[in-house]
Structures are given as C-alpha cells and as structure tokens.
Write a protein that binds this ligand. Sequence first.
Ligand SMILES: CC(C)(COP(=O)(O)OP(=O)(O)OC[C@H]1O[C@@H](n2cnc3c(N)ncnc32)[C@H](O)[C@@H]1OP(=O)(O)O)[C@@H](O)C(=O)NCCC(=O)NCCS
Length: 165
Amino acid sequence: MIGLRELTSDDAVALQDIYGPESIGFLGRGPMGPAEAGSYAREAMAAADQLPRTVYTVGLARKGDLLGIVKLRLDRPAATVSYILRADAWGRGYATEGVRGILALGFDRLGLPVVHAKHHPDNPASGRVLTKAGFTPTGRVSGFETYLARPRQPPRPGHRRGRSA
Ligand SMILES: CC(C)(COP(=O)(O)OP(=O)(O)OC[C@H]1O[C@@H](n2cnc3c(N)ncnc32)[C@H](O)[C@@H]1OP(=O)(O)O)[C@@H](O)C(=O)NCCC(=O)NCCS
C-alpha cells in the first residue's frame, strides 16, 4: 500500500536517497547532501503549518519506506505538480499513484480548477506518468513538455484551500 504523508525531520536521510545521483539527471541540480536535506524537511514542515497553505511537499511512502516526494504548489500564478522518486523504486507505478493522490487533494479537497505540470523531453517516462494520472499534453515551453489536468467534475462552490495533505 502506497500513500502520501507529511514529512518530518526524521526524513532527512531518506531525502538524500530520493534526490540521489540517478534521480536528479533532468532536474538541473546536484545530489542532495545532509544540510540541504535537513532544511528541505524543515521547510516542508513549516509550509504544512502555513495558513492558508500554499505548498504541499509530501512524502510518497510504502510500508514506512519514504520512496519519493510529490509537490503541489499554489504559490505561483498557476498550480503545479512535480515529483521525484528514488531510483530503486522506478517502474512499479508508484509515481503515477503519487500524482493521482496529489491531484485528488488539489481537485477534490482544494477545489482547484486546473493543475499544470512539465517534464524534460528526454524523460518520456515522466510524461507517461502524467498522462496515466490524467494530464493532457499542451506543448513545449522553454524546452519542457507541458501538461495540464482539470477535475473530472467542475469544482463545487465553497471549496477552500486546506492545510493538511
Ligand atoms: C519519471 C519517474 C519518476 C517515473 O516513476 P515510476 O514510478 O517509474 O513511473 P510509473 O511506474 O508510475 O510509470 C512509468 C511509465 O513510464 C513508462 N516508461 C518507462 N520508460 C519509458 C520510456 N523510456 N519511454 C516511454 N515510457 C516509458 C513505463 O512503461 C510506465 O508506463 P506503463 O505503466 O504504461 O507501462 C522515474 O522513472 C524517473 O525517470 N525519475 C527520474 C527523475 C524524476 O524523478 N523525474 C520526475 C520529475 S519531472
């Protein structure tokens, strides 16, 4: 059983494995070290306490093992989803499950009308994750393949942005 959960300060070591050399190839950054992992976890926890909450940086975990991160950002002009998975967890549908979970949060609980995502053109597996999770390709912008997803049902009036994952 795989699911989304909030990060804690105990996740710093797992974060370094997730943002390891194999996973970061398309992200334009280096592997994550201990100091960055600690501040990443602290920032995610602080974001979870913000009201209204604008950033959901949540862990994708299976049987207590933190395998990846899924992010929903509401602090930019458009709501965006992104994700990263530890390399030894690829190819088992976990990223797709994580993206479906965060879209359910965005659409069903937060009432978002649209969510955007993008991936590097040399990472077609990431595009497959997005289309399996319900995204539609919209073209290429600044060298990235772009996508959007809308709720299956239009958002009901009265939805508010929540604070928990
Ligand atoms: C993108 C990534 C996270 C996918 O995670 P994952 O859990 O392996 O994805 P899933 O198993 O849910 O689905 C992968 C799909 O891509 C397909 N796929 C794999 N390699 C592919 C390729 N080279 N071309 C096209 N499709 C490919 C798989 O067949 C699968 O589709 P299917 O279920 O129809 O067979 C991971 O593979 C990866 O590339 N990580 C590198 C960096 C990263 O994390 N990028 C995300 C930021 S955008």
